[in-house]
Design a protein around this ligand. Structure first.
Ligand SMILES: NC(=O)c1ccc[n+]([C@@H]2O[C@H](COP(=O)([O-])OP(=O)(O)OC[C@H]3O[C@@H](n4cnc5c(N)ncnc54)[C@H](OP(=O)(O)O)[C@@H]3O)[C@@H](O)[C@H]2O)c1
Length: 285
């Protein structure tokens, strides 16, 4: 299958290209085609002539979106609408990547099924939710995939930030009262390609297995890298950020399992595999 991947130089875009297998991946990023530019998008679709499109491009600067919501919405909501309209006009399937940050209900403490009602707390979450809705409305051959706490390839991401902070010496203070499921792009990308192959339209939650806090995520990454540094648990209140984040956004991967597909590996395995790839010496410890 010839798959056009937008956001081709992002973490997920690079991983999709690296794990193409028998598929032909055509990665494009903003230099080749700004997906907010309708004419450029149409030209790209008509010259690449893909069988399917994965939209892995996004405004991912969560805190900056609070003051730049209109700019974030152009990339996270308006561009997916354009993609959905122009793929639908060509009869092409579109896989839109979305996020656990569409959720924010503070009373939730159980993994969220696809049927849960979104309630974003941030501008980023609102713009991503609007993107999902546009894709669902405009292209019947859609797959909307919500993932969470993504890291991989060149980053930037949380794991690489922790490794860098450790090299500067500790202690590192990390929030210990927000729960989620870290997801390695190395585990997510093959699953996304599988979904494209299958073609079953719908909404999917797809994340690394298990659940943890940012604090335990950091501690595990540093242990895998053999870095001996203090990781101090703090509360969200002690680490104020412009954007509010969900306290609990673990996603139940029910729709994926209902297809008969194996769940993604546990988050700890993803971290270990990524650290071994980024810090080769760690693998010998
Ligand atoms: N990162 C996470 O923790 C996380 C969690 C859940 C869901 N997601 C979702 O997963 C998907 C992939 O995320 P990621 O972490 O791989 O993101 P990323 O590394 O930030 O990559 C996104 C890519 O899209 C590009 N891009 C931005 N605006 C564009 C435009 N107008 N036209 C074309 N390309 C454009 C970016 O270029 P620039 O770098 O030049 O802007 C970047 O290369 C996104 O949909 C994201 O919302 C991410």
């Amino acid at each position: 299958v010839r798959i056009l991947v937008t956001g081709g130089r992002g973490q997920l875009g690079r991983e999709l290209a690296a794990r193409a297998g028998e598929h032909e991946i055509v990665p494009i990023d903003i230099d080749e085609c700004d997906i907010t530019d309708e004419a450029a998008l149409v030209l790209t679709l008509d010259s690449v002539r893909p069988d399917a499109v994965i939209n892995a491009a996004a405004w991912t600067k969560v805190d900056l979106a609070e003051t730049e919501e209109a700019a974030a919405a152009r990339i996270n909501a308006d561009a997916p609408a354009l993609l959905a309209r122009h793929t639908a006009a060509r009869g092409l399937p579109l896989l839109q990547v979305s996020t656990d940050f569409v959720f924010g209900d503070p009373t939730v403490r159980e993994p969220l099924p696809e049927s849960a009602t979104p309630s974003p707390l941030s501008a980023y979450g609102r713009t991503k939710l609007a993107g999902e809705e546009a894709v669902r409305r405009l292209n019947p051959r859609h797959q909307v995939v919500r993932t969470s706490w993504l890291y991989g390839q060149e980053g930037p991401n949380f794991v690489l930030t922790m490794l860098r902070l450790a090299d500067r010496g500790g202690p590192i203070r990390v929030v210990a009262d927000q729960w989620g499921s870290p997801t390695w792009t190395g585990h997510l990308a093959p699953a996304l390609l599988r979904l494209v192959e299958r073609g079953d339209p719908g909404l999917y939650h797809l994340t690394g297995g298990g659940a943890t806090t940012w604090h335990a995520f950091a501690a595990h990454a540093l242990a895998c890298a053999g870095k001996d540094v203090d990781v101090v648990p703090i509360t969200t209140d002690e680490y104020p950020t412009p954007a509010r984040r969900p306290q609990y956004s673990v996603l139940a991967n029910d729709a994926w399992r209902a297809l008969g597909e194996a769940p993604l590996p546990d988050w700890r395995e993803g971290v270990a595999a990524y650290v071994a790839e980024r810090v080769p010496a760690a693998g010998t410890r």
